[in-house]
Design a protein around this ligand. Structure first.
Ligand code: ADP
Length: 191
C-alpha cells in the first residue's frame, strides 16, 4: 500500500492536490475536514460536538478525530492506499495513526508537506470564503486563529515525520499542475 500524509497549513491546496493524486494513483482520500463537515451537515452527535470547534477554527478533540479515522480505515482495507488530508494535525494524532496502521501491518510511506507563505494563505482563504460557504473562511479572526493553531499544534507533526525520515517538502506556490508535477516526481520515485 502507498500511504501518504498530505501536510500543510489551511489553504495550502491539500484538497485540490488530493483530487489529482486520487485520479492518478487510485488511492482513497481520507480528509478529516470533509468527514467532519459531513457530520455537521447530517446533524449527527459527532457533528454537533465538532461544530463549535470548527466554527472558531479550533481543533476538534483528538479522541473524536482519531476514532473517526480508525472507523474509516477499518472499512476501507481493500484500498490501494490512503491519502490522509488534514490528519494528523497533532503529534498525538500522528502517534495514533502509526499505531492503527501497524495493527494492520501497514505504515505511512511518505509525508508531503505543501509549503506556502502565510500572507498567501490569508489571501487564498478569504477568496475561498466568498464561495465555499465555510464560516471559518469568512472571518479574519478565525483565519488568524487557524494559522495560530497550525503553528502551535500542527507544525510539531512535521518534526515527527522528519525523525522518521519521511518528510518531503513541496513548494505549494505556482500553478496547480506544476505543483502536482512536483508531487508525482516524488511519488514515482518511491516505486
Ligand atoms: P483547512 O485545512 O482548510 O483549515 P479542513 O477542512 O482540513 O480545513 O479542516 C476544517 C476544520 O475541521 C479545522 O479547522 C478543525 O476544526 C477541524 N479538523 C479537521 N481535521 C482535524 C484534525 N485532524 N484534528 C482536529 N480537528 C480537525
Amino acid at each position: 500500500m502507498l500511504n501518504i500524509v498530505l501536510f500543510g497549513p489551511p489553504g495550502s491546496g491539500k484538497g485540490t492536490q488530493s483530487e489529482l493524486i486520487v485520479k492518478k494513483y487510485g488511492l482513497l482520500h481520507l480528509s478529516t475536514g470533509d468527514l467532519l463537515r459531513k457530520h455537521l451537515g447530517k446533524g449527527t452527535d459527532l457533528g454537533k460536538l465538532a461544530q463549535k470547534y470548527m466554527d472558531q477554527g479550533n481543533l476538534v478533540p483528538d479522541a473524536v478525530v482519531i476514532k473517526m479515522v480508525e472507523d474509516r480505515i477499518a472499512t476501507e482495507l481493500t484500498a490501494k492506499g490512503f491519502i490522509f488530508d488534514g490528519f494528523p494535525r497533532t503529534v498525538n494524532q500522528a502517534k495514533a495513526l502509526d499505531q492503527m496502521l501497524s495493527d494492520y501491518d501497514l505504515s505511512i510511506t511518505t509525508m508531503l508537506s505543501l509549503e506556502v507563505e502565510f500572507s498567501e494563505l490569508r489571501t487564498r482563504l478569504r477568496e475561498r470564503g466568498k464561495t465555499s460557504g465555510r464560516k471559518d473562511d469568512q472571518d479574519d479572526a478565525k483565519i488568524e486563529n487557524r494559522i495560530k493553531v497550525y503553528n502551535q499544534e500542527t507544525i510539531p507533526v512535521a518534526k515527527y515525520y522528519k525523525h522518521q525520515q519521511k518528510y518531503v517538502s513541496i513548494k505549494g506556490v505556482g500553478s496547480i499542475e506544476s505543483i502536482f508535477q512536483l508531487i508525482t516526481y516524488e511519488l514515482d520515485g518511491l516505486k
